[in-house]
Design a protein around this ligand. Structure first.
Ligand SMILES: NC(=O)C1=CN([C@@H]2O[C@H](COP(=O)(O)OP(=O)(O)OC[C@H]3O[C@@H](n4cnc5c(N)ncnc54)[C@H](O)[C@@H]3O)[C@@H](O)[C@H]2O)C=CC1
Ligand SMILES: NCC(=O)COP(=O)(O)O
Length: 334
């Protein structure tokens, strides 16, 4: 069977830990059995933190041949001097250009999927980026509405999906609707089948309030918004349970009962995931026509360039993107 095209890995903010963890992932490619990939970003930003071989590509089609001997790189517009740990606007533009190019290459079949390095949202907002995060940007470039691009955080023992994502906590009860929960759950179920090969995904839904509302005495969203979503999903033959008390659904025994937990707000999903899998958690976007993953940590400016950043989550993000891309190709050619 044909192998997927090499993955495009955007290095993210060049002043963050992106350049060194992408380079470290390439250095570990044989031991980790990683699929071929090429970096997109600024050569000098990588050279500032790594002294391994880099091959600047004339075209992304040269990546597969170069991968064995050097880190293949698609150079974006030179952002000027980049100092690790000291972000600036030129670096934010470089991060955005890298992301844009990665999506374009995957959309056109020159990349098997994309792995996005960490960006600083505040730096991006300073250059006019008006998306909550990379997920929504990639979705738009793929012609998908943000609501239909589902952020799933995935670690070896837990997958979580924040139903509402980058918004103030105070806005969550107003913006949480039965329709939104159903839409996210459907895409999660389809994504687990399509990209992860889980035939009958088991979903659980967290409550919003303490004790899932304690029969309506601690808030009515659990009964009025979340429970109807669970019933609608069951009626569609999707395995769904809930709303469950969020405080008791993440212990080891509970986690064995489901394939993904839909959580009602960002931190409800990310706190358990990062507590269990900070080192190897992957952020994957479900519902897109292209494969997109990302390490689930940020730019870590405080340690950039010090040689102490762990490349583990980047390695796992590359591995997962390769696995999803191969699965899609296999299904397409069956
Ligand atoms: N996928 C993305 O692009 C993401 C971007 N961010 C952005 O990152 C910036 C910083 O966010 P923070 O909340 O500080 O989170 P962070 O993940 O950058 O850092 C949190 C803590 O974890 C440490 N850390 C992070 N990654 C590490 C690694 N690979 N190895 C060792 N230590 C590591 C950092 O040094 C820091 O102590 C923000 O601007 C945020 O917008 C945050 C999360 C995801
Ligand atoms: N907290 C997760 C996160 O910030 C990742 O967002 P995105 O940039 O991948 O949309």
């Amino acid at each position: 069977m044909k192998a997927p095209a090499p993955l495009a890995v955007s290095i993210g903010d060049p002043a963050g830990i992106g350049p060194e963890i992408v380079a470290a992932a390439w250095a570990a490619r044989v031991r980790e059995k990683l699929p071929p990939f090429f970096a997109i970003g600024d050569r000098r930003a990588i050279e500032a933190v790594w002294d391994g071989p880099i091959k600047t590509l004339g075209a992304p089609t040269e990546a597969a041949a170069a991968f064995g001997k050097a880190l293949p790189l698609v150079q974006v517009d030179d952002p000027g001097e980049i100092i690790p740990g000291d972000p600036n606007l030129a670096g934010a533009r470089c991060a955005l250009d890298s992301l844009e190019i990665a999506v374009g290459l995957a959309r056109n079949g020159f990349a098997g999927g994309i792995v996005t390095g960490p960006v600083s949202k505040s730096q991006l907002y300073n250059i006019g980026f008006n998306y909550p995060g990379q997920t929504e940007f990639v979705a738009e470039r793929c012609g998908i509405s943000a609501i239909n691009a589902v952020m799933m955080l995935s670690g070896p023992t837990l997958r979580t999906v924040p139903v509402t994502v980058h918004m103030a906590l105070a806005d969550v009860p107003r913006l949480l609707t039965t329709e939104l929960i159903i839409a996210k759950a459907r895409i999660t179920a389809r994504g687990l089948i399509r990209d992860f090969g889980i035939e009958r995904p088991r979903l659980v839904l967290a409550g919003l309030n303490p004790h899932a509302g304690e029969s309506g005495t601690l808030g009515r969203e659990d009964l009025d918004i979340i429970r109807p979503a669970v019933e609608a999903l069951i009626a569609e033959d999707i395995i769904a349970h809930g709303p469950l008390s969020a405080d008791t659904m993440f212990h080891a025994e509970a986690r064995k009962q489901y394939d993904a937990a839909l959580c009602m707000y960002h931190d409800q999903a990310l706190i358990p995931l990062k507590t269990l899998h900070f080192d190897d958690g992957v952020n994957v976007t479900l519902g897109l026509p292209i494969v997109r993953t990302s390490p689930d940590h940020g730019t870590a400016f405080g340690i950039a360039g010090k040689g102490i950043a762990s490349p583990r989550a980047m390695i796992e993000a590359i591995r997962m993107a390769g696995m999803c891309a191969a699965r899609r190709l296999c299904v397409a050619s069956a």
